[in-house]
Design a protein around this ligand. Structure first.
Ligand code: TIU
Length: 225
């Protein structure tokens, strides 16, 4: 069943048999003090503030039985999948792999690299550990989505202009339609968030669409009636 969701730059034709929710990198390392985001010099509070909105949306998706994908940006403990160019970038207090207050920064299996408890995956939900910004790079995400007949993705998570935008662009190149929820994504830089949204919806949805979670949830509820 298809439902029209009010969105920019025009209504999104949501197909309730072929869409999935993707929650990008809602890990302690990006949204809590002491993690990767803060060590890069950022105030992480705005990214943590979207947790309730994403949790509300997650509840709505779980009620429909539609697939949910959670991603985590993280690396092998031996850093074999972390290019030196990534680890050595910038001048952070702690680098990827260094010991921090939530364990080794951005390393798989560490407390900091895991998803915040409020959004923790349920059994049966897809978890993608990814070494890059985009969730399709060096992961099995494309195959997992194709196996489930998914052709549309609802995008949430952090940060808007880095991992979310990268993944939306990768998805667009692979033929998926993407809808970004503006209240369920955040950046360390408000101007970059807004610019990313504008870049995505420009030129007739050159990368994808944008709306907010209330609008999507109301449209999905209307489809049930
Ligand atoms: N630094 C920043 O804005 N983001 C990242 O490094 N990764 C993600 O966006 N997940």
């Amino acid at each position: 069943m298809s439902v029209s969701v009010p969105a920019r730059p025009f209504d999104f034709p949501l197909d309730l048999e072929r869409c999935a929710l993707i929650i990008i990198d809602m890990q302690r390392d990006f949204v809590l003090p002491g993690g990767f985001g803060e060590t890069l010099g950022n105030d992480v509070a705005p990214c943590h503030a979207i947790v309730p909105a994403v949790a509300n949306l997650l509840t709505a998706f779980r009620a429909t039985g539609l697939p949910v994908v959670h991603t985590r940006e993280c690396h092998n403990p031996d850093l074999s999948d972390c290019p030196p160019a990534k680890r050595e970038r910038g001048n952070p207090k702690l680098r990827i792999g260094d010991e921090g207050p939530m364990g080794r920064i951005l390393i798989a299996g560490e407390v900091g690299a895991d998803i915040v408890p409020e959004l923790y995956p349920n059994d049966g939900e897809i978890i993608i550990d990814k070494p890059g910004k985009g969730a399709f790079y060096k992961t099995g995400l494309d195959e997992l989505l194709k196996q489930r007949g998914i052709s549309q993705l609802v995008f949430t998570g952090v940060t808007t202009e880095v991992c979310v935008q990268s993944t939306m662009r990768e998805a667009n190149d692979r033929g998926y339609e993407g809808l970004l929820l503006t209240d369920c994504t955040e950046s360390y830089f408000p101007d970059f968030k807004q610019a990313a949204i504008e870049m995505i919806v420009a030129q007739g949805a050159i990368v994808g669409w944008a709306t907010d979670s209330d609008t999507l949830i109301k449209a999905m509820a209307g489809a049930d009636e």
